[in-house]
Ligand binder design. Sequence first.
Ligand code: GTP
Ligand code: MG
Length: 258
Amino acid sequence: IYRSASSSTLPSFLLVGPSGSGKTSLLTLFERGQHAETRTSQAPLTVEVSLPVTTSTTSSQYRSVNDPTNQIHKKLLLVDTPGHGKLRHHAFDSVVKPRNLKGIIFMIDAADISTNSSGSGNDALRQAAEYLHDLLLLLQKRANTKTSKAPTELPVLVAANKLDLFTALPAPLVKTALEGEITNVRSSRTKGLLDSGIGMNDLDVGEEKEWLGDGGEGKFDFAQMDELNVSVSVVGGNVLGADGPDVKQWWSWIGKTL
Ligand code: GTP
Ligand code: MG
């Protein structure tokens, strides 16, 4: 009797991001092929989903289209986490104890964020940037503790969701808005630590322990994560919408990462 691979060995993807960004909606769509009502999540939820046969993976691209192995659904696990600030430890725990963790999907409501003329963001952008900052800092520390060999790759997809809404920022603007706001978060975190009486020497800013990205004082951008083997891509889509969902590009990111 053959049993399918135990679910704990399936490649898994972690879904994180602020409350209301659409994580559970995406999970439901991926699992059932259709949308269902969601309620705000209070605990993590893992489901097994299949990559659509139309999505190519890195390992399948060298195969002929007639190769029967292309017709087999690739399975993966999707781990949904609650976005509420008090429950985020679930998300961070899942990063620290990876069981075949292949990638992280950070979902954001692109209709909920904006920047003013002076370049600083609204509350939703600020909160999303704080969450993403803390996640990337965790990944940076994770990469830096694996001293002997190069850190294992752990790509991050920033899924700019709700692009069906006309107020939504397109993905390239979501990217610059997040990078700008993470720059602000980074300097205010450092200032906060200094104000609390911790000396500059205790802070280890020089060793980049608490400082995200390269050591420089300049602007943060996602490309600074590349040397840690954490590649960040910002890709738009929508789970709902009058014209139906548009999640093709997210699937193809998953396919490439598998
Ligand atoms: P938490 O569980 O609190 O972390 O939130 P969540 O990220 O799981 O959000 P959820 O999936 O529950 O979605 C929040 C709301 O956004 C729901 O009312 C969804 O119907 C709505 N929503 C999700 N995706 C889209 C989208 O692409 N477009 C639009 N217009 N609404 C969406
Ligand atoms: Mg949810």
